[in-house]
Design a binder for this molecule. Structure first.
Ligand code: SF4
Length: 139
C-alpha cells in the first residue's frame, strides 16, 4: 500500500475520520502548480477500470499480483516529464482521483507519521495537502 492506496482505503484501515475541514467544501481541481510529489516514490496501482495494455507496468510492490505504473531508477513514475505528467488526460484512475488535500484532511499528523515510518506514505505529500488547504482557507 502507498499514499494513493491510503487515500482510497482510509476508512478500511481503522483510521478515525477527522472532522471535515473547511477546505473540504472548496475542494475542486487540485491546484498542483507544478508539484509532482505524488508522481515520485509512490505506487500507482492499476484498477480494473484501467486498460493495463495502455501503460508500461511492473508488478505492484505489495506482491498481491496487481500491476502498477513502471518506475525510473530514482523512483519517479515512468511518465513523469520536466513539464509534468506526460500522459495527462489518459493517466490511470488512481492518478486522476488523487487529491493530497483529501489525504491531509483525513489523517492527523501522528497517523501520517506512522504511515511514513512504514514507508507507506511520503510525509511531504501530507504536508503539501495541508499547505494547499491553508491556501484555500485564506482565500
Ligand atoms: S501517470 Fe502522470 S499523474 Fe500518474 S504518477 Fe505518472 S506522471 Fe504522475
Amino acid at each position: 500500500m502507498t499514499g494513493c492506496d491510503v487515500v482510497r482505503g482510509l476508512n478500511n484501515h481503522g483510521f478515525t475520520e477527522q472532522q471535515p475541514e473547511k477546505a473540504d467544501k472548496a475542494m475542486t481541481k487540485v491546484p498542483c502548480n507544478g508539484c509532482t510529489l505524488c508522481c515520485r516514490k509512490d505506487a500507482i496501482r492499476l484498477l480494473p477500470e484501467d486498460d493495463a495494455s495502455q501503460y508500461q507496468t511492473e508488478p505492484h510492490q505489495s506482491g498481491d499480483g496487481s500491476l502498477m505504473l513502471a518506475h525510473r531508477p530514482d523512483g519517479s513514475c515512468i511518465y513523469l516529464t520536466k513539464e509534468g505528467c506526460g500522459i495527462h488526460g489518459r493517466a490511470p484512475k488512481m492518478c486522476r482521483q488523487f487529491d493530497c488535500r483529501d489525504l491531509a484532511s483525513k489523517l492527523t499528523f501522528t497517523q501520517a507519521r506512522k504511515l511514513a515510518d512504514k514507508k507507506m506514505l511520503p510525509i511531504a505529500i501530507w504536508r503539501k495537502g495541508k499547505d494547499l488547504i491553508k491556501v484555500i482557507e485564506n482565500e
